[in-house]
Write a protein that binds this ligand. Sequence first.
Ligand SMILES: [Zn+2]
Ligand SMILES: [Zn+2]
Length: 245
Amino acid sequence: MKKDNLWIESFVVGALSMRCSVITDLSSGDTVIIDGGAESSRIIDWINGFSGQGPDWSNGPKNHQELSQHGISNRNVIALVNTHAHFDHSGEIPYLLNEYNVSWYLHKDDFYLQSLVQSSARRWGFELPEPAIADELLHDGMELKLGSFTFKILHTPGHTLGGCCILVDVEDGNSHIFVGDTLFAGSVGRTDLPNSGGDFELLANSIITKLWPLDPSTIVHPGHGPKTTIGTEKTSNPFVGVSNL
Ligand SMILES: [Zn+2]
Ligand SMILES: [Zn+2]
C-alpha cells in the first residue's frame, strides 16, 4: 500500500503496558485492530468518535475534520487480528467483538492458551470476560486480504506456539511489522510462561529465518516497549542479533 494511506495508532493499554495497534487504510476507511487486550472502551470511543484519551502515538488524523480531508466520515472496523493469545493481548476481544461484530483471526496453535485467559489473568489479579473463540485462522505465509488491506502473516513460534507477526508492505516507504512478544527493542519474548509452549531455540530460529530476511528499514511494533527496526535488531539485539549468534 502507499505510505500516505497507512494510518497507525498505538494504544499502550492495561497493567502490562501492552501495545494495541489500530491500523486504518485512509483510502477506504477500513480499520483492523491488532491485539485488543485491554482498555477496549478507550479504543472504541476513539475509533468511533475521536473521544476520550485517544492513542499514545499516531501518524494520522486527530479529529473528524482531519479525517474528512481524506474523504472519509467514519472508520469501518473490518476485523480483529491477534499476534498471540496471552491474556494481556486478547483479554478484551469479547468486548471488541460485541461492539464490531467482525471476525477474529488467531493461529490455531494458540487456541489452548486462549481458552485459559481467565485463569491466567486471575494469577495476576485481573478478572476477564469469558474468552472469545477465534473464527478465522492465521497460517504461515498467508496473504491475509481484509477489505482494502493485504497483510502477510509470518508464523513465529517460540514465545507461544501460535505466535504470528503481521507485515504491512509499503511500496513507497518503510514497511511495518506487528510482532507481538516475539521480538522487542533489545530483547526477545519470554519463553518460560505457563501453558504457552515457550522455547528459546524455537523463538531464535523463528526470528532468524522469518524476520531477518525482511527489509532492514521495516519498522517493528512490539507488544511492549518502544518501536525499533529489523535492521537495528538484526545488527545489535543481544539475544538474536547476527553478531551475537
Ligand atoms: Zn505474550
Ligand atoms: Zn505481552
